[in-house]
Structure formats: structure tokens, C-alpha cells
Design a protein around this ligand. Sequence first.
Ligand code: FAD
Length: 713
Amino acid sequence: MPLEVKPRFVVLYGSQKGQAESIAEGIAEEAEEHGLVADLCCLNQNNKYNLEKERAPVVFVVSTTGDGEPPDNALQFVKRIKKRTLSPDHYKHLLYALLALGDTNYANFCNCGKTIERRLRELGARQFYPTGYADDGVGLELVIDPWLKGLWNSIKDALTKMASDRTVQLKEDSAKEIPESSLPDVQLNLLSIADKQICEPDSKYSSSLAISDVRPPPASTVSTSAPNTQACSEGFPQVSLAASLTSSLPPLSESSLNVPALPPSYLDVSLQEADTAEQAAERLSKESRYEVPISKAVQLSKGDSVKTALLLELDISAFPSMTYHPGDSFDVFCPNVAEEVDHLLHRLGLQDQKNHHVQISVKDNTKKKGAQVPPHIPENVSLLFLLTWCLEIRSVPKKAFLRALVEHTSDSAQRRRLQELCSKQGAADYNLYVRDASLGVSELLAAFPSCSPPLSLLIELLPKLQPRPYSAASSHLRHPEKLRFVFNVVEFPACSGRPAGRRGLCTGWLFDLVSPGLVFPEKAELALPKIHVSLRPNCSFRPPSDPSLPFVMIGPGTGVAPFIGFLQQREEERKENPEAKFGETWLFFGCRYRDKDYLFREDLENFVSSGTLNHLKVCFSREDRKDEEEPPSAAQPRYVQHNLLLCCRQVTDILLRQNGYIYVCGDAKNMAKDVNETLMEMIKIELQVDQLEAMKTLAGLREQKRYLQDIWA
Ligand code: FAD
């Protein structure tokens, strides 16, 4: 009796914040339902997979970070496949499918996925399923859900094709006396695919919880009818006139639901009394982070400015290896807000055990593929430390998280609503009440009082607390042993599900940290606390390596930060080498009001006086304009792009004829897009070409790394 060997395929992921990783894990987990087996690996685990010899279909799930860069754990892979020495048939044997995650708020949408795909094709690999480009700007699931749905049949088709190709190959080779033992694998694979195709549903959803499904679903995972939620709820009002986070209206409240499969639980978590006091700082510094004192904190915005802009200076003198260049960015590690952690501890009923050590191990019989203790949780940390420094407790709960919460919710109406929110039919409600409102786990638990998830569920499903990147706003030539950065304190308004507004996690924390010692520029420096930082991998957002080339900088608001570093550096270089030829410099800056948020005004004017900055173009979006009736335009500049258009001839000359550079920094949502549109218009005007040609010219500038962006949402 031959052993049944399930057909296998490979899932490889590159993930910065864990999204691509969890999608890849989901694919690997679901494989079994389809009669397949998946080998799951991170792209940086190159000792665990071998694409050069891989004969099974490969599914890539990759995100993009920064200005179109690969996630850290995919960097080496991308570098490897980009090698020009690889031959065009290097991956001739490979069949692949690719899901790229990105955000259209950024210019290089899904760039990492596109780069990998381009190289795979150039190296001979063949696609077995069309690439999905999921956009976080509008909701990843709009692309991901249908893409996943269609994936399974395509994998099976690809396996069948590969197997029959191999059979043909083997028959052709039989004259060369290939041992017979090579054959059975292939035949078994074909057999098991055929078996499964008869009895397996093809969709991610259909195997789970369609309420109208003729097959009875598992009792533990489905509500068998749409309950009269308003009538039987313990926690909700009897009558609902409008939909909200906690209640829905017809047709959703009455419809059958397709909810995702329950994510398998994979961790055993216990709490043990600890006798040693924990040193949070020690634990953090173990992970190659620098603990540096803040040597200066300056409020740059003035009066009743809408946004509070701060400059912080770090004293990095104790770490000579911490060298940086203008344009580099670095990570700031911040904790969760103490009150929010406390609230969560209470809500989980674990307040009395906050100093206990958390023991985590992988369940023996878990169905989760590649299950491991999350690497971002150090061993033997206290529960308080775990919730403060390791988990992003404010992160918006994913649908898988909502699905898992259903199992720990006693009230039937609340269960139904959670099912709705994670279902296909409830996607619009999820986007409106959870995603767009940016609700965190605490807010969700407050809205669903009968839900009591175990701690293990949070550890399994909450992502790593991410450090926040900031751009250096200084030059080490001007300020040796110092590193400066600038930020606005982010403010979130109150909304449905969150009665009070709140500050951004990192910017709110930094503000609270320095506000007692906050000084205005003319005041003396004060001793301030220490924070943990680490330098980010080197970027290409640097001034031109040839100083004789001209460059244009566009940085409204805090986007001016790296350009202060650029200009300080240039000024120092000019002092060191007065005979050298330096290219022209332009800066386009914009803010609301001249007297409130014109950041670095004095510094910029000094750069102009010294000849370091040749052209400074500033506009104020909220100041009186000559003719209020007229819309903002080049004639009445309000935003940086209007000033840019006014200088169309000079700027395009720099870019198109003088081999110069253009840098854009700051808001990704509006400004960077508007500037991009304006540049396109300018190229059309100057070169007398159509939209397509202008787009190609801009793309060429990007390719040559002469149009560079450092933008953030
Ligand atoms: P968080 O708590 O992380 O909240 C901010 C997030 O919430 C945003 O990402 C946005 O998606 C979301 N959000 C925003 N408004 C709302 C709203 N009203 N409702 C719901 N959700 C909302 N920032 C600077 O100020 N200066 C810099 O020099 C700088 N450099 C950067 C360089 C790089 C390479 C990158 C990637 C980012 C940079 N940033 C910079 C952004 C910075 O890293 C942080 O994202 C920013 O400071 C906010 O962090 P936070 O923790 O305070 O906010």
C-alpha cells in the first residue's frame, strides 16, 4: 500500500510590520484544507529554502517599506536576485505566484513586489497565477481576499502541470535508464490532487462559516442563524436606529455570513511569580540599540499653532560607531502608554500579576505552520514589560483577531457582531468602524464587554511594537556627537468607539518626556532623559555625491528636517574647501502662518545670506491672499507645488539638462502626490510632450535616483 504524499508548495515572505508574514502563515495553514502541504520560510532564511533547485510552485508574499525599499528581512534576497551575473535561465524551472503589499499614498507602490517579479521573469521563472497588488491606502483585503480565493486552484493546476512535465521528461529520459524510484512521487502527487479536487471546496471562505451552507459547520465556530441581536443582547441597547461599532442594520444584520477560518492557537502561556526586579533598559539595550540622552528639546512652532513641532537633540558622544549622514533616518523605540497598559491589564483580569514572568512555549499539537515563540518577545519578561515594550496594543485588530475573539465572547449578540465585522459581508462596517477609526484592542474590548480573551491570544495575534523612524535634521560636520530630529506631535480626534482624542504613540511620549525641560531656542540647555534609538539601514536619500551638481529640495512643514542637515553639511564643506565648485541649491518650504510654524526660519535665512542656499521659496497656506476669490495657483501660491510651477523653467533645466537632483520630504498623503503631478505638468510644458512621455521621463529620473522621496503618512 503506497504512502500518501501530499503535494507540496513553498510560501516565502518578506515582511516589515508582520502583515505579509501573517498572510503567508495563513496560506500555509490553509494548505491542509486543500490537501496540500506548504513549506513556509522568511526570505532571509536562505538556508531553509533553495530556489535554484525548487521543483514545487512558489508563492511570494512581500511588502514594501520606506521609499519603495524591500522589508529588512527581504533585503539580502533582493540583492541576490539582482546580481547581473545570473543567467537568463537561472530560474527557468520555477513556477511562481506573487502577492505584493503596498500603499498608494507612497510613490513607489508595491515596489519590492514589482522588483522581485521583474527579476524572476528576467531569470526565466514563469508565473502560474496573476500577481496581486494590495493597497493599504484603500484596504488590503480588497485585493487579498479574492486573490487568496483563486490561489488554490491555481496551485493545484501548477502542481499538475509540473508533475505531467516531469512525467514527460522522465519518459523521454527513460532511455537513459533513470531509476524507477523517481516516478512514484509524481504519480502520488497527481493522485492526491485529483482526490482533493473532487471533495475540497475551492475557496478560503467556503470551508468555513457560510450560515446558509448545506453542510453543518462546526458548532464552536458558527452562529447558526442571524440572531435577533437587538432583542437578546445583554450588553447592547434594545433598539438600534443606526449602525455602529456594536450594532448593525439590515441587510447585514440578517444576512448569512462568510467568516474567515479560525486562526489556530499555537502558544501555551503561563505566568510565574518572579523574585528578581526587572531592568527594562538592560533588556532593550541587549538588542543592539543605543541608549542616548536627549541633550536639548526645542519647541519650533509658536503661539497657537495648530500643530506642535519639536526639535530634539541626542547626545551620541558615547557611541562613536553611531555615524550618520544627512538624509539618513533612525528608529526611536517608544513604550505603550502606561494608562493604556494598566487598563488592558485590568480588562484581562491580570492586574495583580503584572510583575509575574511570562512563560511562553509552542503548543505540542498546534496546527499552525512554522509556529514559534514570537521573536520580538525576550525570554522571562514580566507581563508589564511585555505589554509596555513588545506588543503594539494600539494596532488595529485584523479580521483574524476579531474572528478569534468570537470564541471568547459569551453574549450571542456580541458574538454575532464580531462575526459580522470579520465577515466578507461586513467588510464595509469593518473599514468604517474599526480600520478608519484606528481602534485598538482596548477600545474593542470596551465595546464588547462579554469578550474575555486569554493573554495567549494577544501574544499570538498582536504585532510587534514597532519603533518609529525619524530623519536626521543635522549634519555631524556641524554638530559632531549630536543627532537632531524634528517632529509634529500627532493628534487623533475622538470618534465613534473612542470618546476622547489621543496623541500619536511616539510623538506623544516624546512630548511628555521632554515637556518639563522644553525650551525655546534662546534658553539654556537642560538635562533630559535617555531614549533608545538605532540607525536604519543606509538609504539613497543623500545630497549628490558630486557637489558641483545642482539640487532642488521640497520640504514643507517638518519635511524640511533632512534639508537642514543637507544645508549644514554643504555650509561646512564650503568652509573647508572655499575654492571648490558647488552646484546651485533650491529649497521650497511651506507652512500655515509666517509667525507660527515657519520652522527654522532664522537658519534658512542665514543659509541664504551665507550663499549656501541660493533660492528659498516659501509660501503660507493660511495667510491672506491678494484675491480670496481666486483659487490657489501659481499666480497666488499657497502650497509648495504652486511655487514650484512658478519656477518651472529653472527646475526643469536642473533636472533635464544639468543632471541635477530633486528631493521631496514630508507628507505622503497629499503633498508628495501633488508635487509629483506638478512635476509631470512641468515636464509636459518644457519638453512639449504628452502625459505618457512625461511619466516616462519622471520614472527615468527615479530610476537614476535623481528624483528621491523621504515621505511618510
Ligand atoms: P502613531 O501612534 O504611530 O500614529 C500615527 C499613525 O496613525 C499614522 O501612521 C496614520 O496612519 C494614523 N493616523 C494618523 N492620523 C489619524 C487619525 N486622525 N485617525 C486615525 N489614524 C490616524 N515624522 C516626523 O514627524 N519627522 C520625521 O523626520 C520623520 N521621518 C520619517 C522617516 C521615515 C523613513 C518614515 C517611514 C517616517 C518618518 N516620520 C517622520 C513619521 C514617524 O515615523 C511617525 O510615523 C510619526 O511621528 C507618528 O508616530 P506616532 O507614534 O506619534 O503616531
